[in-house]
Design a protein. Sequence first.
Lengths: 325, 249
Amino acid sequence: MIDRRAGGNRLDSIRKRQGNSPCREYFKFLPEPASLELINDPELSFATFFILLPLVREKIPDENLSVRDRTAANLCGIIQNSKKANGDFLRPAYNESTHEALRWIFTTGADDDGLGEDFDHLLDIAAGILEKKYHDADILPKLVRMIFRRGKKGAYLHDLVWALYQSRDPKGLELAAEHLKSPNENEAELAQTLLHLKPQSNTPKARRKLYGSYLHWLEENSPYLYFTGENFNESSTPNACSVDLGAKYLYRKISHGTRRPATPLTEFEQNCLTCFANAPDEEKEFLAQFSQKMRAKDPAYWNRWIRYPLQRQIETAHHGGEGHI
Amino acid sequence: MITVAGKNVQPGDVGSYPSGSLEAGILSVMARSTEKYSYSSLEELRFKLRLRKETVAASNELARSGLRFAVFRDSACNPAYWTRTLDGGFRLKHGAEPAKAIRDIFTNGSSYATECATAMMIVFYGALLNVYGDRKFNEVFPRISLMNWRRLDRYLRGVGMIEKHPDYFPGDRRYFMNPDVDPLVPQWQGENVIDLGNRLYYGHGVGIQPAGGIIESLNRNRAEDADQSAYLMDGAGRPDFQSLAALAT
């Protein structure tokens, strides 16, 4: 039985207090029942599992490992081998055990980010799969914290940022926006870059103002946001998401990934969109914003307004919607 | 349409570029375009043509250099000239001569390993070295940081931004996007390339290929349930030709 009086896992506490080598030594000479119990322990952190993995492979037959450990060990091998892949890599089964193992790798490994290139690479890939395949919103707070920690150190962060964008979740943007308020200038600048905001004056007051206006923008536009796929591999200033102005004009929520509405547009809505497409480019944003606000405030008036010819829509919008706004 | 100092100019007025040459091809597209290409002087326009030609030449040279492909975490450089940074980029060593350090990548490519975005910056620096010569190059670029687009010299900042243009030319930095990449291999999320003209592109890791070949390479690295093919994005990154031309004089 594991002695839990000290709290946590014994292997974890040896690694944290004494370092990797003493932990390996301890594990190496531990009799199998105890080593198996400690390595399969739900409390074990991934970092400890990772540093012990060569010994685990030597010492413990696969079938004795828990599903979590067996899946994680398999994923470690696959991820390491895929670094130099060119279409010839082995893919894991993207099932629930893989999801659970990746979650364990990322969430318990996050605190030890920086342990080494191979370990950090595993965290990067785990985050990417968790977001692109599983759209796992629960890891977003840790993911965003890790991005900014790496930014502070000047460490590699592009794959984590890619994972954040692949989540296609405005919650991730909101979490990144928190860092706009940071008293640390570089951290605030990184947040501006991630959110595709123009560089601002970096006074504390300006940062708070930018944070407030970004949250306001996000709240207003969240239902109409779609993720573009842009990233740091392609651009120094990726515009990760954009507002679908047509959807905003129609007051129709869209999928952040596919940019499609949940239900097909009616014929009337399609006609409205055709009309909107003919609006001058410089009016589109204003018109969409007016329409969205009016629909929320006064649906009855909006129903009349959206049926006006385009020119009249623009004129009435510029005059505050005939006193309705 | 091409205008120089406010006056319309025909391709033949710019210089005696042989028919079929890269410069003649670019001038022909510009002259036929609905876009107005304006220059303050013929020298500025000739500089632009030369830099584009050297960008294509540097791409061909880098493709033959032995430069290896590696993800940023496994990147490598010649420590005689460069310091490998924590994020996998290369920073010019204090006291190292910029021209020699850039030339070393082309002549001693197998000592280096990096991703496709860094290779694009190496190409542009290599082209500028050929255009400027060592002395001017060292003067204009005393500090060089090679990674992707995060620490760009102000004259090369535009290379890091993909923007739509009415026409695309040899020497443009383009991007093939792979939206359905398997997340196990994020290094295949897209390919940065240099347009070489004649419908060919240079991408570090995929070599010199037509668009179809690059798309095929990217598609091989998609998720099993992928339904979207990789594609060439409508946009290009370009250096600040105007400022770079002004520095040349």
